[in-house]
Design a binder for this molecule. Structure first.
Ligand code: NAD
Ligand code: ZN
Length: 237
């Protein structure tokens, strides 16, 4: 990928970039996420029905995340950021924390963070906080009395910072997507902004890197098939 001195790079990552670190993507297992139905452990309805199962699930995810390390794909993006500075932004759908572990700082977690907890009452003013607890004796509660919940965007909930992210995509000249199946919206729709700008005559480009063609493959100028940990370091230099 040839970058010029004025390129502004926007990167969107999905579960595939963390696969080589040993974290399962959930498309790999027929919609099951570590043997759970996604709607049971990743929806507000699932949490309302059975908060203990949901907390057990995220406690396991936290315990696992504490044992894994970033791979060459995460490191390649941190190195690219070091070169480009403010002409770079990384938007991740992953909740695992591996991008920051690799050194990324210009980073937005649109689907939340595994190692944060917040009050489940939307009216409560206590902010999300860093929380690595993963062996609860009882369900964690906020000082206001409501149950606490993982600071994660579940299905049916609105991703964080989408307005700012869209504005940033509108000024990017290069859009790179890594390891995302292209079925979870609105994130999967971001690349369409580049397609629109191309149709208006702007010189912008988009590239997908992953194991298989994503559902939104036709939006990309280029699809490079392969493992992120092999392809990305070579691609970004
Ligand atoms: P997805 O599971 O739907 O798709 C993963 C994609 O990565 C697939 O297209 C697959 O072919 C590709 N892939 C698998 N191994 C790869 C590799 N080594 N290199 C490159 N690509 C590879 O993931 P998604 O599109 O991110 O959507 C799933 C949602 O689930 C996200 O919102 C995310 O928040 C959540 N999730 C997060 C994690 C995590 O934080 N690591 C893990 C599972 C799911
Ligand atoms: Zn509260």
């Amino acid at each position: 990928m040839q970058l010029t001195a004025t390129d502004d790079v926007f990167v969107l990552t999905g579960a595939g970039i963390s696969a080589e670190s040993g974290i399962a993507t959930f498309r790999d297992a027929n919609g099951l996420w570590e043997n759970h139905k996604v709607e049971d452990v990743a929806s507000p309805e699932g949490f309302a029905r059975d908060p203990a199962t949901v907390w057990r699930f995220y406690a396991q995810r936290r315990a696992q995340a504490l044992t894994v390390a970033p791979n060459p794909a995460h490191r390649a993006l941190a190195a690219l950021e070091a070169r480009l500075g403010d002409r770079f932004l990384l938007c991740t759908q992953n909740v695992d924390g591996l991008h920051e572990a690799a050194g990324s700082t210009r980073l937005v977690h649109i689907h939340g963070e595994l190692m944060k907890t917040r009050c489940s009452d939307p009216g409560c003013e206590r902010p999300p906080f860093v929380d690595t607890r993963h062996d609860f004796a009882e369900l964690p509660r906020c000082a206001c009395g409501a149950l606490q919940r993982p600071h994660i965007v579940w299905f049916g909930e609105v991703p964080f910072e989408m307005h700012a992210i869209k504005r940033r995509v509108q000024r990017a000249t290069v859009f790179v997507c890594v390891g995302s199946s292209g079925v979870v919206y609105p994130a999967a729709g971001l690349v369409a902004e580049m397609t629109y700008r191309k149709s208006m005559g702007e010189r912008v480009r988009s590239i997908y890197v992953g194991l298989e063609r994503p559902a939104n493959a036709r939006e990309f100028d280029e699809v490079v098939l392969g493992k992120a940990g092999l392809v990305l370091p070579a691609l970004v230099g």
